[in-house]
Design a protein around this ligand. Sequence first.
Ligand SMILES: Cc1cc2nc3c(=O)[nH]c(=O)nc-3n(C[C@H](O)[C@H](O)[C@H](O)COP(=O)(O)O)c2cc1C
Length: 401
Amino acid sequence: MSRELSRTRFVNISDLRQAARRRLPRMVFDYIDGGADRELTLRENCAAFERVRFRPRSAVATPRCDLRVTVLGRELALPFILAPIGSSRMFFPHGEAAAAREAGRAGTGYILSTLSGCRLEEVKAATEGPAWYQLYLVGGRDVACAAMARARAAGFSALVVTIDTPVAGLRERDVRNGVKELLTRRLGTMAPFLPQMLARPRWLASFLRDGGLMSFPNILIDGVPMGYADVGAALEQSAVSWADLRWIREAWQGPIVIKGVHTADDARRAVDTGAEAIVVSNHGGRQLDGVAATLQVRPDVIAAAAGRPDVLLDGGIRRGGDIVKAICLGARAVLVGRAYAFGLGAAGGPGVACAIDILRADVVRTLKLLGCASIAALDGSYVAAPPEWPVPRAPESPAFR
Ligand SMILES: Cc1cc2nc3c(=O)[nH]c(=O)nc-3n(C[C@H](O)[C@H](O)[C@H](O)COP(=O)(O)O)c2cc1C
């Protein structure tokens, strides 16, 4: 496959989503695309960006735009980081390594999920950019400590602790597509759900070449990687609590990012644990359906964080304009999830590169149209948000850069 996807065919992230839908079996596409329950939060995450309007400064020449941001004290070339996406290896062979490689080439960061199909050492070796390790406590404390030690030794520079997953949300599409049945590996149970895989021979061939149904090589139970089928139950037995953050900090001894904050109280608790960054996140609408869009809860979280940890935000970002809006509204940078996962599912590394390219070009164009020369110069004066959403204006907002 050539490295570059045609930008006349793939104009926006929605085009990559359609291509992913064509290449992936329904169960894999829906695993990426779907959310929990009635998918209200999934939709609202996206819709919230539509409620924010730009306020450009016209007749301002911005021949060059500076997209750099500093997160956890490290400069990134782009204001977005690739979010942890479990089981990316199902989308494309060595998917996690492919995505990390493209993030590094673009000068930005990649966050590797605990639920990775690739060994964490392979993923770190694939990228020249910063890599952070996302932690679930599946398998218990000793298993988590062993993974953290490996991640540190491999060069992961921060630990992302996800706190919104005491149990997996009910992703109804996964249930209907027979994800659980397919994981049993018993032909009789799997049979009704096999046609969706057979309908995508190109994907199936690459999936089988890559090892077929896999395990998680960074969750080692007595030296054996945990199988896919065991993860749901293991997640439930290993909900992370604020008390866990104490031993996690001792075990990791590096920067910690707390992901899944969407109230002021939790932001304050995260600050108390000494977190270096927090991510305003509802897991892309895959966990508790009915929580508000991240863009909407952001003012409370930013106020409670009081300028101490870096505040990042994710959920619903499908265009570079969304990234610019989130930053105008006080986020230091954002994470993108599905936007690059669709690219990975559509075409592997080149698909991720295309997603990054689309978002980068969007951000540059948006800055030029706003009459703003850099991400660092954005503030609340460039947007109008619904009246009930406070808009930060430097220098009033303590969290504002
Ligand atoms: C298919 C899929 C798998 C995910 N797996 C994880 C995971 O393993 N760990 C985690 O912290 N978040 C996970 N997330 C949540 C993302 O990290 C991120 O919070 C979310 O995708 C942001 O929303 P967006 O997809 O609308 O950009 C996953 C999201 C998706 C779509």
